[in-house]
Every structure is written in C-alpha cells, then in structure tokens.
Design a protein around this ligand. Structure first.
Ligand code: ACO
Ligand code: ZN
Length: 286
C-alpha cells in the first residue's frame, strides 16, 4: 500500500562515519539491522565495509589492504583519479558501494546483482591518500544505450562541480565507444539538475567556442555522444529551437550568450574541473 511504500523510503539510521566526515542519510538503505538499530554506521573509507562501532572499524583498518578502489586506474589528472571496477570481479566492493549509494538514492532499486555492471569510481588524493568522491555505474551491455545506470556525488562533496565531471566522464567513454549514450531514466530531481547543467554547458560551449562548424542537432549529438532526443530537449528547454519551414533552426539567444560569457568569466577566475580526454587510458571492453 501507499503507506508501506512511504515507510520503506524513510531513512533507517541516523549517521554514517566515513573517514573525517559524518554524513546524514537521506533514504532507506538495507544495511544489516543489527547495525541500523544502533543508529550509527562506521564505514571503512577505502573498502566501504561497514561496522557497528568505532572499535570494530579501527580493528579492521589495521588490516585493510586497500589503498584505493579496486580495479584499474584509467584516468588521472592532478588530484583526480578514476578507477574502473568490474562488478563480477569485485562483488563485495561493488555491493558495499551500492549499499552506500542507496542511502542517497530514492528511486532506484539497489542491485544485489552487481555482476552485469562496471563501476567508475572517482577519487581525490591528498597527503592521506585516495578519498572516494563519487561514482557512476554502467551496464556492460545496455540494449537501451544507457551510459549511466546510477550516479552519485557523496553529499560532503556535492555542489563543487564533481557531478558534472562524472557526467562528462561518462560521455567521454561513449565517445571512445563511438556510441551515443544517455542516463537511465527516471532521473532524480538532483540528477535532472546536474544533467541539465552539463548538457547546457556542453552544447553552448560547442556552438560558441567550438572550432568545428557544428550546425545541426545530429552533429551536436554525434560530437558530444548525446542522444538526439537529449539534445532536442535541452535546446527547447533553453528556448534555442525555432521551427522554420518545417526545419529546426538553432538560435543562440542573447540570454544564452550572456549566461555563457558570465560562466566563462567565473571559470577563468575560479578555474573549472574538466575531464582531459587525452588522459583517459581506456579502450572499450571487447
Ligand atoms: N540545488 C539546486 N541545483 C543543484 C543542486 C541543488 N541542491 N545540486 C546540483 N544542482 C545543479 C546546479 O545547476 C549545479 O551546477 P552549478 O553548481 O554550476 O549551478 C549542477 O546541478 C551540477 O552540480 P555539480 O556540483 O556538478 O553536481 P554534484 O556534484 O552536486 O552532483 C548529483 C550532482 C550527482 C546529481 C548529486 O546531486 C547526487 O549525487 N544526488 C543524489 C543521488 C542522485 O540523485 N543521483 C542521480 C540519480 S539519476 C541516475 O542515477 C541516472
Ligand atoms: Zn577496509
């Protein structure tokens, strides 16, 4: 019933301890009841194993072998790295990651069956080592052309541009595959905001600053590895699509150009995290 669904969505514990951070859960996640009962879960920051007390976590940390996510480091640019992890080879890690991400994802079922997925984990490094910032998962074979199943920036890192970095990375993989990709629907509210932000920036940057003379929706889609549908939706959401003689015409409105130059000015001042495709050491799995 309605009521039962409501109840199952409610978060079932109070706090997660993770490295130097204390995080408040947003939604239900099926951690073992003997842990959720006490209200606080202690996570090993590197292998994402969970414990009921600080004592147990400390004991584990003494013997935990992992220094960073398992799998291959396929990207590094200054302090940012990406690791590609096969759900089948690293089941425990990937299940731990899914349990953690369910804490912040309401509308997705947690996949206990992690085998069909690859996980792309982003870390930042400091003097203490690697810290997981976020990840996205991706079906090894997607009949629907999805290039992202679930995407998450951990709350302590949100609103700093990491989400757009994850999204950009997912499209760089699609470009290497020579395919158009799109995220699994439905998107959460925050997911939609993140994607809209990325799509607008990618499309407008391409039209304004790109050296290519891109002029059609199809060309935008293939250059950015986006689906035609997502390009059309973004353009019409931004009021950049006019119909003339039964053709779509793309217009760069003054409002769009002003937003673009304001954003560029801000990026010059503050710098912008960007994926550098030349640093991606990756070929599509065969
Ligand atoms: N309020 C308003 N706008 C927001 C907010 C917010 N709380 N969060 C993000 N945005 C918008 C902004 O436009 C922002 O750009 P700006 O800061 O330049 O204005 C843009 O989204 C992207 O911001 P980022 O900092 O790049 O993204 P972030 O690191 O915060 O990650 C993400 C975005 C991954 C969606 C994050 O909010 C998250 O993990 N949410 C919880 C899990 C989730 O809902 N995931 C998506 C599910 S859909 C799917 O998995 C396919
Ligand atoms: Zn560990």
């Amino acid at each position: 019933t309605q009521n039962q669904t409501e109840i199952s969505r409610v978060r079932n514990f109070e706090k997660i301890h993770m490295g130097r951070d204390e995080i408040e859960p947003w939604y239900f996640s099926p951690y073992p009841e003997e842990l959720t009962e006490t209200g606080v879960i202690y996570l090993c920051e590197t292998c994402l194993s969970y414990f009921g007390s600080e004592f147990q976590l400390r004991r584990h940390r003494k013997k935990c072998q992992l220094l960073h996510p398992p799998g291959n480091e396929i990207y590094r640019d200054q302090d940012v790295s990406f690791f590609e992890i096969d759900g089948k080879r690293q089941r425990t890690y990937c299940r731990n990651l899914c349990l953690l991400s369910k804490v912040f994802l309401d509308h997705k079922t947690v996949y206990y069956d992690v085998d069909p997925f690859l996980f792309y984990c982003m870390t930042t490094t400091d003097q203490h080592g690697h810290h997981i910032v976020g990840y996205f998962s991706k079906e090894k074979e997607s009949a629907d052309g999805f290039n992202v199943a679930c995407i998450l920036t951990l709350p302590q890192y949100q609103r700093k541009g990491y989400g757009k970095l994850l999204i950009q990375f997912s499209y760089e993989l699609s470009k290497r595959e020579g395919r158009l990709g799109h995220p699994e629907k439905p998107l959460s509210d925050l997911g939609l905001l993140g994607y809209r932000g990325y799509w607008e920036e990618a499309i407008v940057d391409l039209l304004v600053d790109g050296d290519l003379k891109v002029s059609s929706v199809d060309e935008i889609a293939s250059t950015l590895a986006m689906t035609v549908n997502d390009v059309l939706h973004t353009l019409s959401y931004l009021n950049m699509l006019k119909i003339s003689k039964n053709n779509h015409v793309i217009v760069l409105t003054n409002a769009i150009l002003e937003r673009h130059s304001a954003r560029k000015a801000k990026e010059q001042l503050k710098g912008k995290r960007q994926i550098d495709p030349a640093r991606l050491q990756w070929k599509p799995p065969v």
